[in-house]
Design a protein around this ligand. Structure first.
Ligand SMILES: Cc1cc2nc3c(=O)[nH]c(=O)nc-3n(C[C@H](O)[C@H](O)[C@H](O)COP(=O)(O)OP(=O)(O)OC[C@H]3O[C@@H](n4cnc5c(N)ncnc54)[C@H](O)[C@@H]3O)c2cc1C
Length: 292
């Protein structure tokens, strides 16, 4: 691993270093993706800029109806954050964070690294897409804000310039009668990246009709995606069994899964068809039990 390590103390220092060192420099946060990629020579940076000592980029806060998750926040912090606990509308975030690798990975890997790595199978991305999250990118010439769904371009490719740092991802409070659920299929129960993952989010009206639906899928296409046709079928009607089944079939029109050593494309499609209705049903049950 022949690279020079630079420890940045401030965001400005890190972005200027990245600008001056050029595209052969890469940031590192927890290192759980990057070090493996360097070992496998998937990435061969000449310089690595450590972000982990920059103050103010870690932790979750809630104020003014907005949740903010700093880029250096560990998966373990998301997993254990009380407002994302079971019995809250945000339990789907905990469900995603708690299946990222094992305890060591969750204590080391960061939310910002999960997003910046831009893997189609990254577990935090589908629930954040389902929450309409946006993120901040800070570069040498300033800050820009993007909806998360405009960030990804392809496997490990995003709109982030090499000298831009993700500083936080945030989303607004869900309206009443809302819930989010996350389901992941992997080859084993732990320490395995997703073969398919599904995050569903529903907001219902008092009369049971669906006001808002989100279905986000991981490992189902070159980037994490929203199944927009499936969402549209749910909105405006009562999400009974028939509508949920129709929505799951519609979700299949959004996917283009790969064949690889983990699973065939056909198996991945079967998983989408099975997990979408299950995730929607969990949302409906959660909303009902929060009401009663
Ligand atoms: C054994 C094992 C199991 C795993 N299991 C899972 C799993 O189940 N689910 C899952 O989703 N992932 C899994 N991962 C992948 C990894 O742990 C996560 O993606 C993690 O969130 C990466 O965060 P990190 O801080 O370690 O990123 P790093 O490795 O430090 O960085 C990853 C990439 O993001 C860039 N980067 C990091 N932070 C920033 C930032 N703030 N701004 C801009 N660029 C940045 C780096 O330059 C690099 O390109 C696993 C990894 C291992 C080794």
């Amino acid at each position: 691993m022949g690279f020079a390590l630079h420890e940045a103390k401030t965001l400005a220092e890190a972005t200027m270093l990245a600008r001056d060192l050029g595209p052969d420099a890469m940031f590192i946060a927890g290192g759980t993706d990057l070090i493996i990629q360097i070992n496998r020579r998937v990435n061969t940076p000449r310089d690595v800029i450590d972000l982990s000592r920059i103050a103010g980029l870690s932790g979750i806060s809630h104020a003014g109806g907005v949740f903010r998750i700093g880029a250096l926040t560990k998966h373990k912090t998301v997993e254990t954050y009380p407002a994302f606990g079971f019995g809250t509308p945000y339990a789907g975030l905990r469900e995603a964070a708690r299946v990222v690798g094992g305890h060591q990975i969750r204590n080391q890997g960061t939310v910002g690294g999960n997003l910046a790595n831009a893997s189609p199978a990254a577990d935090l991305i589908p629930p954040l897409l389902a929450l309409d999250a946006e993120l901040d990118l800070v570069g040498p010439s300033g800050t820009r804000t993007l909806p998360l769904n405009a960030f990804f371009l392809g496997p490990r490719r995003s709109v982030r310039a090499h000298d831009e740092i993700i500083t936080e991802v945030r989303f607004r409070d869900l309206p009443p009668l809302s819930a989010i659920a996350f389901l992941k299929a992997g080859r084993r129960k732990a320490m395995e990246i997703s073969i398919i993952s599904v995050a569903a989010r529903l907001t219902l009206e008092a009369d049971g009709r669906c006001r808002d639906a989100r279905i986000a899928l991981g490992a189902a296409a070159p980037t994490p995606i929203r199944a927009r046709e499936a969402e549209a079928l749910l909105e405006g009607g009562v999400p009974d069994e028939g509508v949920v089944a129709m929505s799951a079939r519609a979700a299949l029109t959004s996917v283009s899964p790969i064949d690889d050593v983990r699973a065939s494309s056909e198996y991945r499609r079967l998983l989408v068809a099975a997990l979408v209705p299950r995730a929607l049903k969990i949302c409906i049950d959660r909303i009902k039990s929060a009401r009663s």
